[in-house]
Ligand binder design. Structure first.
Ligand code: ADP
Ligand code: MG
Length: 337
């Protein structure tokens, strides 16, 4: 049984659809990322699952039970779903421990305190339990918010852009620590991000959104290797674009042939080529415009036939003024135009 499922969900504000026909499922214990640019409807999906807003069409189920459909909504508190908001929304006048204890019910004060301390320990903040939010760094506040959401043992947890306010080094560390905690507690997790790396690194399943619609629901590997559209390919990493007609099973780009056997000969096609699918070697074919360090790669700008593409190649690749280009088929995608 899926822990959370949305079927044909719609949500409109006035005349504008924020969500249109959204369908996806998260399995029990799974970490699912909702990936999309700003305004694509990610936060709206979380608010609907949490029961903070009604659906206009479709239905939402939590562990198989109907939670939302038009004219009917289980109250947020009855859903037992934890939420960590983008700004953490900690109570400023309460200590870290009191923030975590706040949502706990049906226990004595002493039990609430010991549960809160145990969760702060778990997220590595046992020593900071008496600190107030303003005395904590952004990363620490995020961990308090996570502890507060997990303490009541929710059926699922929703995280809205949990890592976006943090600097890049801390971000990867906190992301991995957060996901480790969630994996240990086997909590079904939906997290929202506009960052492809966060989604690819941290999630077991991706739901890629654009303008309130689901572009693709798939495991990270599958979405990366078999994107359903150019938009999905572009959402997951840097790509280069080309257009042309299919001839003899390929489309000729300025940098070489792109395989397109699945398309009809003569059809017009759009081609996406991942930056790391471009192999450069000594020779001719393309002009090398620039070579710059780019994380674990070098980013090389190449030009041919007036087109400029970006290639990610092994660092310190020695290149002359020109290079020979081959396109590795794993990262070349052809779609009918
Ligand atoms: P994301 O979190 O992906 O940035 P949102 O879910 O916040 O996107 O918003 C999706 C769309 O719905 C946007 O066009 C946004 O302007 C609109 N929207 C969200 N909340 C409201 C609201 N309360 N009233 C009117 N429009 C809203
Ligand atoms: Mg948002």
């Amino acid at each position: 049984m899926s822990a959370i499922s949305l079927r044909n969900v719609r949500r409109a504000y006035g005349d504008a659809f924020a969500l249109d026909d959204v369908t996806f499922t998260a399995d029990a214990g799974q970490v699912l990322a909702l990936l999309g640019s700003s305004g694509s409807g990610k936060s709206t999906i979380l608010r609907l699952i949490a029961g903070l807003e009604p659906v206009d069409a479709g239905e939402i189920r939590v562990e198989g039970e109907l939670a939302s459909r038009p004219g009917w909504s289980t109250p947020a508190e009855a859903r037992r779903i934890g939420m960590v908001f983008q700004d953490y929304a900690l109570f400023p006048h309460l200590t870290a421990a009191a923030n975590v204890a706040f949502g706990l019910q049906n226990t004595t004060r002493a039990e609430r305190e010991s549960t809160a301390l145990a969760w702060l320990d778990r997220v590595g903040l046992g020593m900071r339990s008496n600190a107030y939010p303003h005395e904590l760094s952004g990363g620490e506040q995020q961990r308090v918010a996570l502890a507060r959401a997990l303490a009541p043992a929710p059926r699922a947890i929703l995280l809205d852009e949990p890592f976006s306010g943090l600097d890049p080094v801390l971000r990867a560390e906190l992301r991995d620590a957060t996901l480790t905690t969630l994996a240990e507690t086997k909590t079904t997790t939906l997290f929202v991000t506009h960052d492809a790396e966060d989604a690819l690194q941290a999630a077991e399943k991706l739901v890629i959104l654009k303008a309130g619609r689901v572009l693709q629901e798939a495991a990270p590997r599958e979405a990366y290797d078999r994107p359903a559209s150019i938009e999905v390919a572009a959402a997951l990493g840097p790509i280069n674009l080309s257009e042309g007609r299919v001839e003899g099973g390929v489309v000729n780009t300025p940098f070489g042939p792109a395989p397109a056997q699945h398309l009809t000969n003569g059809a017009s096609a759009r081609i996406a080529v991942r930056a790391e699918a471009i192999r450069l070697s000594p020779g001719a074919g393309a002009r090398v415009l620039s070579v710059r360090p780019h994380g674990a790669h070098d980013l090389v700008k190449i030009e041919a036939g007036g087109a400029i593409w970006r290639a990610l190649v092994p660092p310190r690749t020695t290149l002359g003024e020109t290079a020979s280009v081959t396109l590795h088929s794993d990262g070349v995608f052809a779609f009918s135009a």
